[in-house]
Design a protein around this ligand. Structure first.
Ligand code: PLP
Length: 414
């Protein structure tokens, strides 16, 4: 009975199905015998989900009506929008973004932010440009518009961002579509942990500017994990400079997620942030995307937004939040360092990791066999088309030790 033009719609979520297998194995064999590298949330060294104290304390002290009431606006509470701008661009964002227009819309998580952006900018049946290694729900979002996907290779032979391939694909789409919608997930790319260098961003900028002579370019910059990147304030600023002073036909939409920023996944809070040199482009963004907010989810969690603004608008609380995140950033780094150095020692190939929740082992055409053998050895990972993803955000250091070698032995058997 599903509307014919939608085609087949069946959700196969590999992450949840492998995670269930891991749980079953733990129940049967005991936790110490199983490695569950599937969970994409931050876990501490005792195996418990990390809930940031600063966030929970503020949330628990909110008056009940701040939690139960509707949000004050469909597009998000004004103090929430202000907090998102501060969090992303810094307290002096007005000065930093002088001469630019910026608008924020509250969305249910980063997922809502990305899907709202695709809904409003990808033409019906058009092609969305995605990285080859990716967070797969992007593909579902394109399908909601009967769209196709094209995939830039992401890495060249030197394991750097493949600018040549990216340029070719952007130019090809610019020749045939009015709007070219591109997703780049940076920093802390899911699933590889890659972070583009400033030089790479400068080249991408040139490619987008040149392509904008043929089509509108909409860059959806998925910054879901930005607060788990270890760049300094100055380095973050240099990165953000990339998106300033672009031609009117290039629109950047940052998609932001409190799931990661406050480790509050179930709260479902996020935002779209549009940045442009054109007032009319940002006005149109705001009007069209508000329309979709109202028609899809109406408004988002009032308590979730309030929790964020109470922290960000208070410098002391913000400082505490940052200290907490720093602790966990370092923990993830330590875990990743163990895996990477052991992988090097035993000759296990991994894609170039810099920071973030995940790293990836490329397994190419051998992936199904590797998966089978890993499961036999009670190692559960997220299986990608041509690789396996290891969630360093959730495995303890103890469990990571020796994991690279165990995987290498299995890989050699294939
Ligand atoms: N973008 C990436 C790359 C992700 O990995 C995720 C979640 O795992 C999201 C966006 C969206 O997260 P949420 O909707 O929970 O904010």
């Amino acid at each position: 009975m599903i509307a014919k033009d939608l085609g087949e719609r069946k959700l196969v979520d590999k992450v949840f199905s492998v995670a269930k297998k891991a749980k079953d194995a733990m129940a049967e064999l005991g936790e110490e015998k199983v490695v569950n590298a599937t969970i994409g949330s931050l876990y501490d060294e005792t195996g418990k989900l990390v809930v940031l104290d600063t966030a929970m304390k503020v949330y628990k002290e909110l008056p009940p009506e701040e939690i139960a009431g509707y949000a004050s606006a469909f597009t998000g509470a004004p103090e929430y929008k202000e907090s998102v701008k501060i969090s992303l661009f810094g307290r002096d964002y007005k000065e930093f973004l002088k001469g630019h227009y910026v608008e924020v819309l509250a969305t249910p998580g980063g997922t809502g932010a990305i899907s709202n952006s695709i809904k409003n900018y990808l033409g019906h049946g058009d092609t969305l440009l995605l990285p080859k290694w990716l967070w797969s729900p992007y593909i579902l979002m394109a399908k909601e518009k009967n769209g196709d996907c094209d995939f830039y290779t992401l890495f060249n032979e030197e394991n750097r961002f493949d600018l040549v391939d990216f340029k070719e694909r952007v130019e090809k789409l610019a020749k045939k579509q009015d709007n070219v919608v591109i997703i780049i997930n940076d920093p802390c790319q899911n699933p590889t942990g890659y972070r583009l260098t400033i030089e790479e961003w400068k080249e991408i900028r040139k490619i987008l500017i040149s392509a904008s002579e043929e089509a509108n370019i909409i860059l959806i910059l998925d910054v879901a994990y930005i607060d788990f990147d270890d760049r300094s304030f100055e380095e973050r600023r240099e990165y953000l400079e990339t998106f300033k002073n672009l031609p009117e036909k290039v629109l950047t939409i940052f998609t932001f997620s409190l799931s990661k920023a406050l480790t509050s996944y179930g709260m479902r809070v996020g935002a779209q942030i549009a940045l442009s040199t054109s007032e009319s482009v940002v006005k149109e963004f705001y009007e069209a995307n508000s329309f979709s907010c109202r028609s899809t989810w109406s408004n988002i969690s009032r308590g979730g937004m309030k929790m964020f603004s109470e922290i960000i608008l208070d410098e002391e609380k913000s400082f505490r939040l940052e200290k907490e995140r720093e602790f966990y950033r370092n923990l993830i780094k330590e875990r990743a360092d163990i895996f990477i150095s052991e992988a090097k020692e035993c000759g296990l190939d991994i894609l170039p990791y810099v920071s973030g929740f995940f790293l990836t082992i490329p397994t190419g055409k051998y992936t199904p066999k590797v998966e089978e053998l890993l499961e036999k050895n009670h190692i559960y990972t997220v299986i990608l088309d041509e690789g396996i993803r290891i969630a360093v955000c959730s495995i303890t250091k103890e469990r990571i030790k020796g994991l690279a070698k165990r995987i290498k032995v299995i890989y050699d058997e294939v």
